[in-house]
Design a protein. Structure first.
Lengths: 172, 188
């Protein structure tokens, strides 16, 4: 191992995080290289100091009220027991039913699109031979008009009925 | 660190529907969880939200917990994920509504401002030089003392990736503390 390669490994070596093979190579190198040994020791000391400093920085602990309130919120938000709640590991598992639903919805949408795209040309329907009957029916209206036209004679008949289908009226 | 029998019993009780067993199960970790979340988010208020989210997720996915691993590490994993999700959401919101978010982030109460300044002092402040992934790796490995394998499991990445981020984090942090936080070196 060269000094240059060793310098790249010093940050990991300072925390004893090298693989066993790398650690063996490093030990062999620093045994014969005082410069690298000093550099490793300096880094090791700095890392230990940073760790100690960080641990000394205490984050203000929970107040009793904060913790109580959190537990109440957790209890309220988890009405279902874990046995009935999402099973499996973490987010990936609870997403599964949604993915399944999304897949089904996607398949249905694809079928609809395919049906629309590949539908043959529409065939015009022949007009009915018998008398044409048109009913103008609207639930908001009080009256209903039924208009009947005879194709042979041209005779038109109009019935006007109220909402109970009682005849009110008029014909011609 | 393996699970103790009390934890196993409490987990079994929660899974059997006795929800009141959840609080004694997580109470021993309330301080470490808050400290972890505060180091990952950078302030205590956000950390409280992260812990709440983490505990909700822990409750919901308790059945998936593997008892062959430490319960503490599992909670840390969930908290780290919750902190990361929150960070991403805030980044998106900040990009969409920068003024609103900045106003909300600045507490009007002078005491709250003081609290926040205190939280940002020292190493916590120096952590700001790290990328989110470097910060997660450094906090879990160097401050919470998970080993490389546990850290990689907690973050859902390879050991190699953890080593790369850890090396970079230690170098950056050492440099930052030498340059920008000389009082930390003088205090030693």
């Amino acid at each position: 191992m060269t000094c240059r390669k060793l310098h790249r490994l010093i940050p990991l070596a300072a925390g004893d995080d090298l693989s066993p093979r790398q650690a063996r190579a490093m030990r062999a190198h620093i045994a014969r290289c005082p410069g690298c040994r000093a550099e490793l020791e300096a880094f090791r000391k700095d890392l230990a100091a940073i760790r100690a400093e960080a641990r000394a920085e205490v984050v203000a602990d929970w107040s009793a009220g904060e913790w109580r309130a959190l537990m109440v919120r957790v209890a309220a938000a988890t009405n279902a027991a874990p046995g009935r709640a999402e099973q499996g590991a973490g987010a990936a598992t609870w997403m599964r039913p949604r993915w399944a639903a999304a897949a089904v919805a996607g398949a249905l949408l694809s079928l609809v699109i395919m049906a629309v795209l590949f539908k043959g040309p529409s065939i015009p329907r022949p007009a009915p031979e018998g008398p044409a009957l048109a009913a103008n029916f609207d639930k908001t209206q009080d009256k209903v008009a039924i208009h009947m036209v005879s194709p042979e004679s041209g005779l038109q008949v109009v019935w006007i009925l109220d909402r109970n289908f009682e005849w009110k009226g008029d014909h011609e | 660190m393996r699970m103790n029998e009390t934890e196993k019993e409490l987990i079994a009780m929660v899974l059997a529907g006795r929800t009141e067993a959840f609080e004694p199960l997580v109470t021993p970790y309330r301080g470490p969880l808050l400290a972890l979340a505060a180091r990952l988010t950078g302030n205590r208020e956000e950390a409280l939200d992260v812990v709440q989210e983490a505990l909700l997720r822990a409750y919901r996915s308790l059945r998936s917990f593997d008892p062959s691993h430490p319960f503490r590490n599992w909670l840390f994993q969930i908290a780290a994920n919750a902190a990361r999700d929150r960070g991403r959401r805030i980044s998106r919101e900040r990009a969409a509504f920068p003024e609103v978010i900045d106003r909300a982030a600045a507490p009007a109460d002078p005491e709250a401002r003081l609290d926040r300044r205190e939280t940002y002092s020292g190493v916590m402040s120096a952590l700001a030089v790290l990328s989110p992934r470097e910060r997660e790796v450094f906090v879990l490995r160097d401050l919470e003392e998970l080993d490389i394998r546990e850290t990689s499991r907690a973050l859902g990445c390879s050991s190699l990736s953890v080593r790369v981020s850890l090396s970079s984090a230690r170098k950056k942090l050492r440099l930052a503390i030498r340059q920008d936080f000389p009082h930390l070196k003088e205090d030693r």
